[in-house]
Design a protein around this ligand. Sequence first.
Ligand SMILES: C[S@@+](CC[C@H](N)C(=O)[O-])C[C@H]1O[C@@H](n2cnc3c(N)ncnc32)[C@H](O)[C@@H]1O
Ligand SMILES: [Zn+2]
Length: 296
Amino acid sequence: MPTPDSARWPELICPVCAGLLHLARRPDGRPASLSCEEGHRFDAAKQGHLNLLTGRGSKHAEDTKGMVASRERWLESGHYSPIAAALGRAVARHGRPASSGMDAEDQVPLRMVDTGAGTGYYTRNVLNSWDGPATAVDLDLSKAAAQRAARDFRVLSLVWDTWKDWPLSAGSADVLLDVFAPRNLPEFARVLRPGGLAVVVVPAPQHLRQLRTFGLLGIDEHKEERLATAFSTDFDELDVEDVQSRIDLTPDSAADLIHMGPAGHHSSWETIRDGLVRDPVPHVDLAVRIHAYLRH
Ligand SMILES: C[S@@+](CC[C@H](N)C(=O)[O-])C[C@H]1O[C@@H](n2cnc3c(N)ncnc32)[C@H](O)[C@@H]1O
Ligand SMILES: [Zn+2]
């Protein structure tokens, strides 16, 4: 028997009244709208993403279309595929769909949330590597990023500010991904069910050290301690995997890497690339830590 729609995704709640949201679909299966019993309604953009931010939206600067295009080129060329593979392994090791008590476990979808999901690159890779049905809600402030993430039908792509209460029911997700994105820990703990898994990717001190002069944010020396303290309230750490590699760069790929980060808010891709032609950066070191945490 097919799983009912309401059980397929982490349950969505209305950002205005907190009532349950119902998903209506277009004939081709793409999202059409989300609406609650009180009559609050959010129409999907034609690309399939839904903007749930009401009023003035968020005070945070969103990644622009150009920055998202750079991120897309960088990721799709496979430079960060070791991170995607390690995420897939962490979810395979520790991720479990909630037991429904009725369905065989292999028919119950794994319900993921990817926060600050960007183009949805890691969501798609983890969905592909999961051995069974799985769906995801992607949250990102950037409309350009949400548009890209919506291209995968297994993903419900929402424009949302992670620092606001998430439009998701308590305990409605089995797995949460956070890859280089802001961490709202009270919402991580609320939305993950007990026994759920949070997988968090953080840069190690030597990550992209060759690009320090390009306005990439400095690495916080005490990040690991702060992370451990913050997660200890509601989570147990399961394991950590270090992922390291050296990535060869061309001026174009280096420009993508720099432009997709904070520098993209201040400089054009062309300006960054011109600088790299004059002053090349032949390679960078990738160095990240992938933490897996179990929700108490
Ligand atoms: C460094 S990028 C990582 C994107 C993606 N996880 C990846 O690794 O490709 C950080 C992402 O967080 C998003 N972001 C930043 N502030 C946010 C906020 N307050 N709420 C939601 N998303 C936010 C940005 O739009 C961006 O897509
Ligand atoms: Zn409502």
